[in-house]
Design a protein around this ligand. Structure first.
Ligand code: G4P
Length: 539
């Protein structure tokens, strides 16, 4: 056996690949930075204090993000901690910009759900949670900002169950909150972590850890009778009414281990990381159209979950992010591009640490590498060695907003075309054209308004095209199937419009569900599908 492959099981077992899901402002950037600090991946860069001055985080790439202070671009950060290789997939938090986020979640083996103690379960958290739930991956809960006044922890547990339908099992329990926040008691390791508050923006809080049962004189002395009595009472309640710690249920995503802390103060982050490392799963098996692929299978395979153009304005390049699902990857290796039905060389692979990149010589199942993309990749593409197969489960998003792209300067048409095509391949927007009109007046579709704003901004800054997006009155897109369609003129007044998708397949845009039903009544032989009739279009 290849001696390199003998290392495979051990290497795969070291990997932990996860995403942090949260509503904007819950503290994801802050938590990510603190986790990176433990991995020695960043020194002081991006500490909240520095961030305040610079108004952007280490994981932000695009100027637009800096301006808006939101993370639109998903990035991936790798670091080592306690003998493990950790990949954090950063997901954009803005509610309008979720397509990208959903796809990123497909590359994760577990998720950390970050909740602001005062706000509880928020809209974006619910959406992202649902995707994780569908995949059945373990979900960990970190309740943040305990240094502020928030909802009582028992109410939060109840809210999580009511809104998200998942039970939680607190791994540690907070003592007080806001100004009275004293720390957390680790129910499993039996350690009291005491929090010493400092002024906002000052140095990190000091943590003293005292091991011992609750009756231990050191713990009694540290907390005082009143705080201790309340803690005991709440823990007893948890012991009776709460769910017991059950690794199997955690693995299946049925029970969420819950932690309390304050990311900004770096309080509770390390105990969380330690516990997470023992509970988070190594790379999981992945579904394909013909069975599952085990990560330890010696044959390399992976899929593209994100494409990002112009990451570095100085290089004008395009990177396809690949999650490795099985085997060992080596830089410059050959693999089968299943959709294109040919062998390709996986050239110039890179790994990322925010703005830094480094060349990758080898990587294993669980890792994410960036591949140089001369325009051959699409989201969902499978790459493998040996018998070809395809990974399944990539959601396709039905656009609900449409706009015609107009430009004043006809000489910019070529640049516009290039920009739109590249941004479509990235999955940033969906591109349509009018039959017979070629590239004139293309139509773009999006799931959220912010996608249009990002599109205008990027067309202008990356392709030097000032475009005007004229909103069209359609909200529903359907792919018609059936011989009858060809014979019919599908434009019923101004309630619908026929366009072609990027594979030249006809798509009907309807004003609303009513106009869809009207068309359906008129054309009984035509099926209006929510996705393109063939699953994998040839490039
Ligand atoms: P996000 O990526 O989820 O959007 O959140 P981010 O980390 O940017 O944090 C949002 C705000 O919450 C920031 O404040 C951050 O300092 C604050 N924050 C994060 N963790 C904690 C915590 O444990 N306690 C408290 N009290 N605040 C926390 P900001 O005012 O928007 O930014 P800044 O001026 O502090 O940089």
């Amino acid at each position: 056996m290849d001696p390199q492959l003998e290392r495979l099981p051990a290497e795969v077992h070291k990997r932990r690949t996860f995403a942090i899901i949260s509503h904007p402002d819950a503290g994801k950037t802050t938590l990510t930075e603190k986790l990176l600090l433990y991995g020695g991946a960043i020194h002081l860069a991006g500490s909240v204090k520095a961030r305040k001055a610079a108004r952007h985080a280490t994981s932000d790439w695009m100027e637009l993000e800096k301006q808006r202070g939101i993370s639109i671009t998903s990035s991936v950060m790798q670091f080592d901690y306690a003998g493990k290789k950790i990949n954090i997939l950063d997901t954009p938090g803005h509610q309008d910009f979720s397509e990208d986020t959903y796809r990123t979640l497909l590359a994760a083996d577990s998720a950390v759900m970050l909740i602001d103690t005062a706000k509880g379960v928020e809209a974006q958290t619910i959406k992202l949670f649902k995707v994780c739930r569908q995949r059945g991956i373990p979900i960990f809960t970190f309740v943040n900002k305990l240094d502020r006044y928030g909802k009582p922890p028992l109410d939060l547990m109840d809210e999580i169950e009511r809104v998200l339908g998942i039970r939680s099992t607190p791994m540690n329990w907070p003592i007080g909150m806001g100004k009275e926040f004293r720390g957390v008691y680790d129910r499993h390791a039996k350690v009291l972590h005491l929090f010493e508050a400092v002024e906002h923006g000052a140095e990190e809080a000091k943590t003293t850890s005292i091991p011992g049962e609750l009756d231990d004189p050191k713990i009694v002395a540290a907390l005082g009778e009143t705080a201790l009595a309340k803690l005991k009472e709440e823990l007893e309640l948890l012991d009776i009414a709460g769910d017991t710690f059950d690794v199997e249920r955690i693995k299946k995503g049925e029970l969420s281990p819950m932690y309390f802390g304050s990311a900004m103060n770096n309080f509770g982050v390390q105990p969380f990381l330690e516990s997470f490392m023992t509970l988070a799963p190594p790379p999981l098996a992945r579904a394909t159209a013909s069975g599952t692929v085990e990560p330890e299978s010696p044959k390399f395979s992976g899929f593209i979950f994100k494409i990002q153009a112009n990451m570095d304005p100085a290089h004008r390049d395009r990177i396809a992010f690949m999650r490795i699902c099985s085997g060992r990857f080596t830089g410059g290796m050959d693999a089968r591009h299943v959709r294109m039905e040919r062998e390709i060389r996986l050239a110039k692979p890179q790994q990322f640490m925010a703005q830094e990149r480094k060349a990758v010589d080898e990587a294993f199942a669980g890792d994410v590498v960036g591949l140089f993309d001369p325009g051959m990749f699409r989201i969902g593409d499978t790459l493998c060695v040996g018998e070809p197969f395809e990974f399944t489960g990539f959601p396709r998003f039905l656009p609900e907003l449409f706009a015609r792209v107009e430009i004043k300067d006809a000489l910019k048409r070529k640049q516009l075309k290039k920009g739109l095509e590249q941004l479509t391949e990235e999955g940033a927007i969906q591109l349509f054209k009018r039959p017979g009109l070629g590239d004139v007046e293309p139509i773009v579709g999006a799931v959220g308004q912010l996608q249009f704003e990002v599109l205008s901004y990027r067309l202008e800054h990356e392709y030097s095209v000032k475009a005007n997006l004229v909103r069209l009155p359609f909200t529903v897109a359907r792919w018609p199937k059936g011989e009858a369609f060809k014979a019919l003129d599908y434009e019923f007044g101004d309630t619908s419009m026929v366009v072609l998708d990027r594979d030249e397949l006809p798509v009907v845009l309807f004003r609303n569900e009513f106009s869809l039903r009207y068309a359906q009544d008129r054309a009984k032989n035509v099926e209006f599908l929510e996705t393109a009739p063939r699953a994998t279009a040839k490039a």
